[in-house]
Design a protein around this ligand. Structure first.
Ligand SMILES: [Zn+2]
Length: 93
């Protein structure tokens, strides 16, 4: 935590986007860094922030956020972001 604070939701979304984009369902979507960053940012804009300033706080929030139901709900956001970015990519070809 070099900044002194971190958004646990950002950590979770970054991981879930990586996993989603590796899945066979999304192999036809662009895998470039720009598209991935757009998907992460778009997903995070629709999700609540969970900032923490300590490792203990991070672990506590991570545990409470990283449940099956939450992942399902967060993945819904991610999937709609993947489709939106796929439809209107901002990368330069
Ligand atoms: Zn791309």
């Amino acid at each position: 935590m070099e900044k002194g604070f971190t958004n646990v939701m950002e950590e979770i979304v970054t991981t879930l986007v990586k996993i989603a984009m590796l899945s066979p369902d999304y192999q036809t979507f662009c895998q470039c860094k720009k598209c991935r960053n757009d998907i992460i940012s778009l997903s995070l804009n629709g999700l609540p922030n969970h900032y923490v300033t300590t490792k203990e706080g991070r672990d506590m929030v991570f545990e409470s956020l990283n449940t099956y139901d939450n992942r399902k709900w967060i993945n819904k956001r991610i999937i709609s972001a993947i489709h939106l970015v796929g439809k209107y990519p901002k990368h330069v070809k």
